[in-house]
Design a protein around this ligand. Structure first.
Ligand SMILES: *Cc1c(COP(=O)(O)O)cnc(C)c1O
Length: 227
């Protein structure tokens, strides 16, 4: 199956998931996760109308941004962990960062995002480690107030919402309580007025994320094949 065909299937599944939870499908944006995949596949998805692409690694993102510089309205989303020493490069390359997990990182990004055009604030989501896993990135739920405030203190960042990656389990249905927890955290910290976006759901569990209120789903394997 081609990328265009798989993309079409995913789009239909998003619409179906939205319908079964009584949500407007246009409130859900698909981020096609292209990590480890070559720029040619991104071009195929782009030709099929896809504009938002998720990447995990800054080096790889930078090479792809160069290779695809002729596609003007393509938007990159950083969905992988970001080290502060790469903040400058990332602030130049991406439209949305999903993985702010500390006040220090927010401050560093804010400093560099100031180099962007004034009408192009960097959209920022705060990653939360809802599963409380040792090794996982994302801030602890109790640290959210400080991280959110640090994002809002940066004029070059635009706070958009929360992101999470639930613990991996054999049964994707086990993700549902973590998605619901992220939605609950949003309610506890200002609701959709302050945090309009919830970035959650991947190839295996995105319908559950949509049922819990996801507005950004990050889907790789189902579009580009296994890695
Ligand atoms: C790789 C990745 C995805 C996409 O995962 P698939 O299972 O391939 O859909 C989504 N989110 C994050 C943070 C990732 O690292």
């Amino acid at each position: 199956m081609s990328v265009a065909e798989r993309l079409e299937i995913v789009r239909r599944e998003i619409v179906a998931a939205a319908a079964s939870s009584g949500r407007d499908p246009s409130a859900i944006r698909l981020v096609a996760v292209s990590k480890t995949k070559p720029p040619e596949l991104i071009r195929e998805a782009y030709a099929a109308g896809q504009r938002d692409f998720g990447e995990n690694y800054v080096q790889e993102l930078s090479a792809k941004a160069d290779a695809l510089a002729d596609l003007p309205d393509l938007r990159f989303h950083l969905i992988g962990h970001l080290q502060r020493n790469k903040a400058k490069l990332v602030a130049r390359l991406v439209s949305v960062i999903h993985t702010i997990d500390s006040a220090r990182l927010a401050t560093e990004l804010g400093k560099h995002a100031g180099d962007r055009a004034p009408d192009r604030a960097l959209d920022a989501l705060v990653e939360v480690n809802v599963g409380g896993e040792e090794q996982k990135s994302g801030c602890r739920p109790e640290d959210l107030p400080g991280v959110l405030a640090a994002v809002e203190a940066e004029p070059a960042l635009r706070l958009r919402g929360l992101m999470t990656v639930p613990p991996f389990t054999e049964d994707p249905r086990a993700s549902a309580p973590y998605f619901e927890e992220l939605a609950r955290l949003r309610q506890a910290h200002g609701g959709p007025a302050r945090l309009p976006e919830l970035s959650m759901g991947m190839s295996r569990d995105f319908p559950l994320a949509i049922a819990a209120g996801a507005t950004l789903v990050r889907i790789g394997t189902a579009i580009f094949g296994s890695r």
